[in-house]
Design a protein around this ligand. Structure first.
Ligand code: PMT
Length: 427
């Protein structure tokens, strides 16, 4: 049952369409919430004929969404916000009619519009009469959805509400729960070890004051969580933050850049990947006052000296792991990020603009990712790049981990090819 942990803190948008199996969705909401997931329910008109929105509201603890162009809903959490909010859109039950509308890209109600507007994975659990399921029209629609990477779970075979026997029963809530949890477990980083830094550092001025920044740790913690979900063994080295570490990470708390550097260097020798999401203070006081500094003059000069650049030091190691930096910029994002990638000799950099609603101390972010293509570390680098649009940090972290895994394996296979070529030449 370890998989179930994957549902903790996940944002699940449950779409319910018209079918007798809608009664099972009520149980599903309860079970999802028991596993720590946050659930918002969207019901089609057909669904409301089988089960009341009030039941779903009571079970989900949230207002149920039913209308696309409803003023009250749109001024609260509108359809685009709902689409962005979700980590996954699960439609259970998905009727033959809904499947046909989805296959044809219709956006004529709230649920079909959300399925088009979301970047989250869309999963459907079909439920219908066995004849409707085997009908070639439905089967062609299912094939179309499969080609668009929409995941189809079920249906099961058995006795149906209409008295017939055959395929078309929606999976039971327990099975839906397992299948949903499975989606968050990619296995992409199985057997790999990651070291991740997160949060700010604090550099003392005197016993009561320090230099720091606004990092909350959310981005780095989300990356650590996504790496655990992907099967990695993760050490999370964190500056002072107010959030709980994810389950199953080795968590090390530090205060200063020096402490973070020491903790990283102790952990890094057997790491395959290093991700530096921490906002490490670039400078610390050259001399920390032993006593609280008194307000004796109008000006106070502090002499600052550079802290160790942890990321650059890791990238310089003779057996450096795949090294990923972050760049937080207020201007010239792309140019500055690419410079950091080159100057610090990194494999990848995730650049984020610091601004309203993005970057430090907020739930959402947007990333521009650059990576070195192939096995080249010096000279003119060929860069791959991908933009991750504004989304919750949890979602971005999962997307980032996917990109990191792809590039890590590409680099590894390029290195292995080079070794093989060199060995062949020597012989
Ligand atoms: O924590 P949140 O509130 O969720 O905010 C997330 C974030 C904005 C802090 C995060 O997304 C981010 O951008 N982290 C890096 C911030 C930063 O310090 O960027 P930088 O451009 O100054 O540093 C470049 C890279 O070098 C970073 O990977 C940093 O961890 C690393 N570095 C910097 C200085 C230093 N002395 N040692 C380092 O390892």
């Amino acid at each position: 049952m370890m998989l179930m942990k994957n549902l903790s803190n996940k944002r699940i948008l449950l779409g319910v369409t018209g079918g007798i199996a809608a009664y099972k969705s009520a149980e599903l909401v309860r079970r999802l919430r028991d596993q720590g997931a946050e659930v918002r329910v969207v019901m089609t008109r057909g669904a409301c004929e089988f089960i009341t929105p009030l039941t779903m509201q009571a079970l989900s603890g949230r207002a149920v969404h039913t209308e696309l162009l409803d003023h009250a809903s749109e001024s609260g959490m509108g359809h685009i916000e709902l689409a962005r909010w979700s980590d996954i859109v699960l439609v259970a039950p998905a009727s033959a009619n809904f499947i046909a509308r989805l296959a044809h890209g219709l956006a004529d109600d709230l649920l079909s519009t959300l399925c088009l507007a979301t970047t989250a994975p869309v999963v459907i659990a079909p439920a219908m009469n066995q004849q409707m399921w085997t009908n070639s029209a439905t089967q062609e629609n299912i094939e179309t959805l499969g080609r668009r990477s929409i995941k189809i779970i079920g249906p099961a075979e058995g006795a149906q509400a209409c008295g017939e026997i055959g395929p078309g029963r929606m999976l039971e809530p327990e099975q839906l729960l397992q299948e949903t949890a499975q989606i968050f477990s990619t296995g992409l980083l199985t057997d790999l070890k990651l070291t991740v830094t997160a949060g700010p550092t604090r550099e003392a001025i005197d016993p009561v004051r320090y230099i720091t920044n606004h990092s909350s740790g959310r981005m780095g913690y989300a990356v650590a969580r996504a790496a655990v979900e992907a099967g990695a063994s993760v050490t999370l080295i964190s500056g002072p933050v107010a959030i709980d570490p994810p389950h199953r990470v080795r968590h090390i708390s530090v205060d200063t850049a020096d402490q973070m550097r020491d903790a990283v260097m102790l952990d890094i020798a057997d790491s395959d990947i290093f991700i530096a999401a921490a906002a490490v203070a670039d400078y610390r006081c050259a001399d920390v006052a032993e006593q609280k500094i008194k307000k004796n003059s109008d000006d106070l000069n502090l002499v600052l000296q550079k802290t160790p650049d942890i990321l650059a030091e890791v990238a310089r190691l003779s057996r450096a792991p795949f090294t990923v930096g972050f760049a937080a910029e207020t201007e010239n994002l792309l140019v500055n990020a690419q410079l950091k990638l080159k100057n610090k000799n990194l494999d990848m950099i995730a650049a984020n603009l610091v601004g309203e609603g993005l970057g430090f101390n907020v739930d959402e972010n947007a990333l521009q990712i650059f990576w070195v293509v192939g096995n080249q570390t010096q000279g003119n680098q060929i860069l791959g790049n991908q933009t991750l649009e504004k989304a919750p940090k949890e979602r971005l972290a999962r997307q980032l981990i996917q990109i990191i895994a792809n590039c890590y394996y590409e680099k590894k296979s390029a290195q292995e090819n080079t070794i093989q070529e060199n060995t062949t030449q020597v012989h």
